[in-house]
Design a protein around this ligand. Sequence first.
Ligand code: UD1
Length: 368
Amino acid sequence: MAQIKIINVVGARPNFMKIAPLMKEYLRYPEISPILVHTGQHYDYQMSESFFKSLGIKNPDYNLEVGSGTHAQQFGKIIERLEPILLKEKPNLVLVVGDVNSTAACAITAKKMNIHVAHIESGLRSFDQEMPEEINRIITDHISDLLFVSEKSGIKNLKKEGISSKKTYFVGNVMIDTLINSLPQIEKSEILKKNNLENKRIVLTTIHRPSNVDSKEKLEKILEILNKIEKNSIIVFPMHPRTKKNIELFDLMEKFKSLKNLLILDPIEYLDLIKILKNSWLVITDSGGIQEEAAFLKIPTITIRKNTERPATITCGANIITGLNTKKIASQIKKISSKKYPKIKNIPLYDGKAAKRIVSIITKKYNA
Ligand code: UD1
């Protein structure tokens, strides 16, 4: 049996939930030698290490320690620092997940060395190239050899872009694998108790996109939106470092803090976040992953973006796109609060088995 050496890449917070089920599944295959590379794009304990702990991911074999910086700086450092590792390890495959800078930078490095690339969460498109993630998705998909798609729209998008269907596999969503695997531990989380949230009406909000938090005007709009939420609800807002930095920069923290029903928290670890999400009646977010997790848990979601690359969350009835249109948001909040929305349906292949499908496809291809 030939050994299959796979270099797995993580870099930023949403990557950790996606790699966890794959690392676990590899253990069932003696022919696979997995190596884990962390680019270091995210480095704070709460943005990185806490996820390794709660998800039981092994320590990275390599850490590129690239840290924060401009897009060019992050890409440059990742490419330069990954190359010698690939030269030394000579993997059969470099596997990247999601759409962050680390994803595209590592895919480019590998492909330039004629190493095969597998992309998990392929085919998603917001059709908005002002989003850095959209550029990362397009670059990564077009140079990948194996494209693993999480929702049906991805298959259609890749076909339209001329990517051969021979390379494309509809396998489901690895992040939902992690959620399903973690449910027993999520139940045990004490986060509600710790923050006096038990039996409260909770609204979870997470906001970190540059398009929402990099301008004072947009942050003021967000404040206005949060103000529209009924006062008998507690708004739980785990604050991304980028959001916090900008709220402080624009001198708005006092205004946010003056909202009596707003609970601002530091970024929270995965199991605690899902515990809060599961117990919320409404989610207001601009995150990609939370749209999917909320849809799986059937929690109504208002996405304060102009678009989503995850249309399955809309067609299943969980998610609505509002941008920062305060009128539209206020009317949606009312509808959701009075439960005037159709039943939320299951999304195909959100079934906890995506990692199993992916690893089985990889072994068949590289063991042949
Ligand atoms: C990145 C991803 C985004 C993803 C998000 C999840 C890209 C282009 N964007 O955005 O798709 O949704 O991660 O969190 O890859 N910072 C810290 N500590 C950290 C990490 C970041 O304080 O551990 C601060 C720094 O000030 C940094 C800023 O957050 O400059 C932004 O970090 P960066 O990795 O550039 O992008 P994110 O906004 O986190």
